[in-house]
Ligand binder design. Structure first.
Ligand code: SF4
Ligand code: SF4
Ligand code: SF4
Length: 272
């Protein structure tokens, strides 16, 4: 059993200790109840927090752009894996577009770190962006119904049933990582790849990357990470575990984050 798999079984195993299986975990999550996969936590405790040593789990991701640059087409495969796994509709026009993960040039991903004399590689690269699962998420504070909420493992999740479509969260997210269903999305989901295990949404509801919470509850890697196979292009894990693979990658590489000066404390890191 490889190291990644062991780490995920450790995470998922805690839900079993709580006496609840993965389906119950997902069910409760979708109903907006506190997750049983909620590891004893300091409540917002996170590796990026200052002060006392963090306790509990904080999930995060490293995106290694060097690997994506060396493997043309891999980023597109990750996008497809995410969108098919989560029944993301394809309206066929940019105005209505729903995006959980997509690519942008360097200056859009990291506007504060860009200048006109940056090297050629950064001109040509396109970076995968998705919800940062911020440790200090402004979207959560802006939501009047708690339809978007932060779990104790750091995932910023959605309860679609509670969403009233006010879009305050979209205005609050400084990264533009949320999409709004202006139209009924169901007729625009690819029928050939439809995933009957993941709920569809309705008109008037916001959606975004959920860090594959439904897969994590089963001890699986996120779909995008799985699509990367053994390339190491994306590494997912517990930022609070000093022995986790993600901490090893962070310790061994220089990484940057999107708009760190805003104080949102993203859980996504990029090796450029
Ligand atoms: S990236 Fe945006 S949507 Fe995601 S947690 Fe941060 S503020 Fe919220
Ligand atoms: S659109 Fe939905 S998730 Fe966003 S702030 Fe309004 S109720 Fe909350
Ligand atoms: S973590 Fe899951 S939901 Fe988020 S971008 Fe990757 S596949 Fe999509």
């Amino acid at each position: 059993m490889d190291k990644k798999r062991r780490q995920f079984l450790k995470i998922a195993g805690l839900s079993t200790i709580a006496g609840l299986g993965a389906p119950a975990a997902l069910n409760m999550l979708l109903k907006g109840e506190p997750s049983p996969v909620s590891f004893a936590s300091s409540g917002g405790g996170a590796g990026a927090s200052q002060g006392a040593a963090p306790t509990g789990v904080r999930l995060g991701m490293v995106v290694d752009q060097r690997v994506f640059d060396a493997n043309k087409g891999l980023a597109e495969k990750c996008i497809t894996a995410c969108h098919t796994t989560h029944n993301v509709p394809d309206f066929g026009n940019p105005k209505d577009e729903i995006k959980w993960i997509f690519q942008v040039p360097y200056e859009k991903a990291f506007p504060g770190k860009s200048h006109n004399l940056r090297n050629e590689k950064l001109h040509d690269s396109r970076f995968l962006v998705f919800c940062n699962h911020c440790d200090n998420p402004p979207c959560v504070r802006a939501c009047p119904t708690k339809a978007t909420f932060k779990r104790k493992d750091g995932i910023v999740a959605m309860d679609y049933h509670r969403c009233i479509g006010c879009r305050f969260c979209m205005a609050a997210c400084p990264y533009g990582m949320r999409s709004f269903n202006w139209r009924d999305p169901r007729p625009f989901i690819n029928k050939e790849t439809f995933n009957k295990e993941f709920p569809t949404r309705m008109r008037g509801v916001v959606e975004k990357c959920n860090f594959c919470v439904e897969r994590v509850a089963k001890g699986l890697q996120p779909a995008c990470v799985e699509e990367c196979g053994g390339t190491g292009a994306m590494v997912f894990g517990d930022l609070n575990d000093p022995h986790s693979e993600i901490r090893k990658v962070l310790a061994e590489n220089f990484t940057i984050q999107r708009k760190p000066s805003l104080g949102t404390l993203p859980s996504l890191f990029y090796i450029v």
